[in-house]
Design a protein around this ligand. Sequence first.
Ligand code: HDE
Length: 702
Amino acid sequence: MSEKSPQFRPSIETQKSNETTERPEKTGQGGETHQQSSDGACLTTAQGVPVSDNQNTLKAGPRGPALLEDFHFREKMFHFDHERIPERVVHARGYGARGYFETTDAIPELTSAHLLQEKGRKVPAFVRFSTVAGNKGSMDLARDARGFAVKLYTEEGNWDIVGNNIPVFFIQDAMKFPDLVHSVKEAPDRAFPQAQSAHDNFWDFISLMPEAMHMVMWTMSDRGIPRSFRFMEGFGVHTFRFVNAEGESHFVKFHWKPKQGLQSVLWDEAVKINGADPDFHRRDLWGAIQAGDFPEWELGVQVFDDAFADTFDFDVLDATKLIPEEDVPVRIIGRLVLDSVVDNFFAETEQVAFCTQNIVPGVDFTNDPLLQGRNFSYLDTQIKRLGGPNFTHIPVNAPKCPFAHFQQDGHMAMHNPAGRANYEPNSWKDGGPRADPESGFTSFPEAVEGEKRKVRAELFADHYSQARQFYQSQTEVEQGHIADALIFELSKCEVLDIRERVVAHLPNIDPDLAQMVADGLGFDKLPKAHTPRRDMVEGLKPSDALSILKNGPDNFKGRKLGILVTDGIDGDLLASLRDAVKDAGGMVEIVAPTIGGIKTSDGKRVPADQKVDGGPSVLYDAVAVMTSADGVEKLKSMHPAKGFAADAFAHAKFIALAGEAEKLFHAAGVDDFDDGVFRLEGKDDCADFIEACGKMRFWQRG
Ligand code: HDE
């Protein structure tokens, strides 16, 4: 046949999408086994039958009823009707990316994990970042902890480190997790508020759970509103075990340290970003990876033994406590690089199933009661969420090393073991796999003994000492933010009693903090402090590692400058500013009165990335405003332009002015410029400005 028969012509949709869709380069780590052909192909049903018309249902005459026999329509609609799966009960909103982990310092003396035996061993990784409380469609800049879940596809199976960006947790025993989550999520009767802790139910629960006060200090700090997933730390939280080839065990805590430095936003920015770009964090990660600016973290371990655990002021099995880096230094042993976005969000990010029980030989659990509870919960929840026990057949969850077992059948079984033997022991020649006591996973043979009782260990009862240590480790600016956050959140509580009960915890943490919050809430006097259940540990030293500002970046790499421009500006100066940002490894967005952009004084057109009301200054790490005399008059008449200037100044950003830009700031009520505001005349000014921007904020502005 020389010609294709008519029904094999591509449909209109296929042709169009082929013209416009850019497909990212595949690295083959995702859903390769289920890839459908799409380039120039004929549209088919899921059964592979070619489709002739994708616009109309089969009808009895042009105005007649639809016919049941239209299998194409029925299949299309049936599949659409079943597109949703249950969202995660917590951490529903998340964003994933692929990459790799590489061992940079081998530690065979500590663990027999194959991956960590030799420097340079490298395995694929998948990471999913998330907020905790909000639903799948909620906004990115909620005040919340962030999930930092890492799946390492090792040669000995999948190793999941399902962590957060905060090293401690609200509760000590898994028994309280459903209560905690119920309290923070929307109230069951009214179904609001969404994705926030600023409401009565949450603070009511917290006020009655003093063990939460340490993590509350963290979530009320700027850790609760990170600038980007790229600029936050990750923590395994619990104490785990490393076990070496000799069977010796050490305790270990896991840390992910961003090479990019730590950075957060201000609460006023968070509120505005949520309106301007609810996808701020996912867009940031997608954009950075697509631009080749791959985010990277170091894997650090704090390793300690029983002797340390026995003398430490707190119980190392208590997930509301951390071990200061000054007490047990963090040893860097590897690097995690995210270098590839997913091919398909649902296939990978939505279907990825992390389980704390996914560990490899050489790693083991401890008796942390939160961790023990998690080991049950994660497997259980995946069965509900992904519809059955075969979720490990989904490519993102499948091991990338050889695997062999006798599990079979169940919903959506993609591959059952071949051959006759599906049990063991058996006497068949090809009888399938056998357990190997040498290489197989062996639990650390910890001796255990005790009475069966619903109890908690004595040392767990100190709830304030480390909360105080955290607060005292912050800079003054950061302490102010914690007070402001508490005042904001408690002001959203309608019940006075709840506000008072929370504030009554604060004198145990810091009397000044308690007074600031009480004043901010308009209390006449400070409520009487709750009596600590256990004597507090005095004299804990502040730890610099706990502050964001003490661990910020010192350059503009990976950051974004927003340049508000008008017609008639100096094109050479704009080019110099762009060059300075590029040299520093940063990015630029042009914001203009119209999306069509502007014309410089020499008549060159500069396209815009954002129209001014779609590109408020909260989206940028620093801003520049470049205007002509006519241009500034136009900007002065635009409320969003004045907001751009006023917010940038109020949020302590570094600001550069060129042309007549001062006038816009005056119109926005900013009259006194400080050393965080730069005047751009030439190339050198641009370089000086971007160098200063490396500090991210001019905090002296207050
Ligand atoms: Fe989770 N948690 N969690 N959690 N968690 C889930 O598992 C749970 C806890 C964390 O991107 C769920 O697959 C219990 C601490 C992350 O897919 C669920 C307890 C830490 C993610 C669950 C905790 C975390 C989850 C919901 C207390 C930091 C998202 C969907 C005993 C160390 C993973 C799912 C992803 C998700 C249970 C406490 C981190 C229900 C019972 C502590 C990053 O299984």
